[in-house]
Design a protein around this ligand. Structure first.
Ligand code: NAD
Length: 544
């Protein structure tokens, strides 16, 4: 990173990308007109990181910590990422979920100028022109939302911008995707949130959300502006309402480099958990039978990716789908049901109706149950005991978020299965000690998937993001879990090792991208080294 020649003195100290604060050397201070603008002592990055840690400890409230870190990001980018990468597992919940949820809700009240672009639908016809105001000429990764389904919090309008900003921070902190190549974007198509519309501080358009053809024409204009300005760029769609999320993904997935983390990343992290679980059982994926509690977006997305992964082991897609069953609010999804969506139909099988979820377990004999119902406590004692009667090692994944919605706790799953459950959950649980043994529950967090995918796409300039690439990422995540970790029940790599885990997964996906002819750069001799060479490290450059 070379310092632009005109950037000196006061302006340099106020440029987050190049600022080093107290770490400017005496020689740099002399050469760049910084003398007198800083206290005399020169400090290194480690000292600065320690100072930030100290300040954060003194802040009692997570939202205030989030805001403090956000200010740091706009003051000194290198220090911001050095802090995040000093302890990613600790900082993830502060810069992303759960803290980012509250930050999005209070976005308009705390607004202080943020990273990224806001593109209102009222600027239709001028989107490319607006995007040209972004200062970077090479953007490789865009995370974009329209703010309609922010986490589980619903329509937050332009306040949703916290999500692309936070998510891109994780691309960098967890896989080293260079921050200057990333761009967070909010598409403002209005909001149906009445309390936002009534809030005098709300910063977005005060009109109902635009729907239908006008909405899609706006999305089309946005995509074509990105293609024109940044032809190597991957677009990641984030937190759109389901009906738009699927429509947009289907419209572009075979035309440009794009994916939806809510749909595909979620499915991949569940699949990674399953690959980890079957390592404990010593079985193949295609031997499993999966029963989902819930038949919504998460369930159908995961079921489809599992089916495609089973098909890679030799089953036909039909045979694979037949091993995935859904049970929703109206009971077991069977061919006799008349209330099914197109997404559910591939998983509706010939079967008589059953009286309860326990009865479904007894009839279908699943080896795996996955909870994506949003309803807590449905994996009750009778459910876990039924699974434990049928399976020596039942795989039990309550994935509903947040913790208060989890279908069961880790303690319940281990206790009711007498320590035999292979467990992972959507929200984190503390280790459980039972009969003198300590079990470490894994968390199916998408952060195992999307940063690695981002780095692989960047290093290969991939032209598409395919389902097979997500299956490959899931395998690469699961294969890194050590035998000792598996013995303690952990089926995902520890989050404290996320950077190394991401680099490994990115390398495996990059290999696949080259193998499938989807790369737009020549195949290097050493793909691992090639991927690593793209990874950003937060260190200061010498400017003189
Ligand atoms: P959704 O609203 O699309 O689907 C919910 C489904 O649950 C529906 O099919 C509904 O019929 C069913 N359901 C509701 N009550 C039920 C009941 N009493 N018995 C049986 N089924 C019932 O929601 P979604 O987008 O599919 O998300 C579901 C959950 O999965 C959420 O809590 C979400 O947080 C979680 N999730 C977790 C991760 C992760 O941990 N990585 C990723 C995605 C989603």
């Amino acid at each position: 990173m070379t310092l632009p020649t005109e950037l000196r003195g006061y302006a340099l100290l106020h440029n987050a990308r190049y600022n080093k604060g107290s770490a400017f050397t005496q020689a740099e201070r002399e050469a760049l007109g910084l003398n007198g603008l800083l206290p005399d002592l020169v400090q290194d990055l480690h000292m600065q990181i320690a100072r930030i840690h100290g300040q954060l400890e003194a802040i009692p409230d997570d939202l205030q910590k989030y805001l403090f870190l956000s200010d740091l990001q706009s003051r000194n980018q290198t220090l911001y990422y050095a802090v995040l990468m000093s302890d990613p597992a600790h900082f993830m919940p502060l810069v992303y979920t759960p803290t980012v949820g509250e930050a999005c809700q209070k976005f308009d009240h705390f607004f202080r100028g943020t990273r990224g672009l806001y593109l209102p639908i009222t600027a239709k016809g001028r989107i490319k022109q607006l995007m040209q105001n972004w200062p970077e000429k090479d953007v490789r990764f865009i995370v974009v939302t329209d703010g309609e389904r922010i986490l589980g919090l619903g329509d937050l309008g332009v306040g949703g911008m916290g999500i692309p900003i936070g998510k891109l921070a994780l691309y960098t902190a967890c896989a080293g995707v260079p921050p200057d190549l990333t761009l967070p974007i909010t598409l403002d198509v209005g909001t149906n949130n009445a309390s936002l519309q009534d809030d005098p501080l709300y910063l977005g358009l005060r009109s109902e959300r635009v729907r239908g053809a006008a909405y899609m024409a706006f999305i089309d204009e946005f995509v074509s502006a990105v293609q024109d300005l940044y032809p190597k760029c991957c677009i990641q769609w984030e937190d759109f309402a389901n009906f738009n999320a699927y429509g947009i993904l289907d419209r572009y997935r075979d035309k440009i480099c794009t994916y939806n983390d809510d749909i595909q990343g979620t499915a991949a992290v569940a699949l990674a958990g399953l690959y980890g679980g079957i390592r404990i059982k010593g079985e193949k994926l295609s031997q499993q039978t999966v029963l989902f509690l819930g038949g919504g977006a998460a369930a159908t997305g995961i079921a489809e990716l599992i089916s495609e992964a089973m098909a890679l082991e030799g089953l036909t897609l039909e045979q694979a789908r037949a091993r995935n069953w859904l049970y929703d609010v109206n009971g077991l999804i069977t061919q006799a049901r008349t209330d099914l969506t197109d997404f559910q139909k591939p998983f509706s099988h010939a079967h008589p109706a059953v009286a309860s979820f326990v009865a479904a377990i007894e009839a279908i004999k699943p080896t795996v149950i996955i909870g994506v119902s949003t309803v807590p406590k449905l994996f009750n004692q009778a459910v876990i005991e039924a699974m434990s009667r049928i399976n020596a090692r039942p795989i039990i994944f309550p994935y509903s978020n947040p913790t208060s919605r989890s279908e069961c706790t880790a303690q319940e799953a281990y206790t009711w299965s007498q320590g035999r459950a292979i467990f992972a959950s959507g929200s984190p649980f503390d280790p459980v000690t039972l009969g003198g043994k300590t079990f470490i529950p894994g968390q199916g967090n998408n952060v195992y998937i999307f940063p690695a995918m981002g780095l692989a796409v960047l290093a290969t300039e991939a032209s598409r993001v395919t389902q097979e690439m997500f299956i490959c990422t899931a395998q690469a995540v699961a294969e890194q879990v050590t035998q000792a970790q598996l013995d303690s029940g952990l089926i995902y790599p520890p989050q404290s090792h996320i950077l190394e885990a991401s680099l490994h997964a990115a390398t495996r996906v990059a290999q696949l991208i080259f193998d499938r002819g989807l790369a737009r750069v020549p195949r290097p001799a050493d793909i691992a080294q090639h991927v690593r060479s793209y990874a950003y490290t937060p260190v200061y450059q010498n400017y003189v």
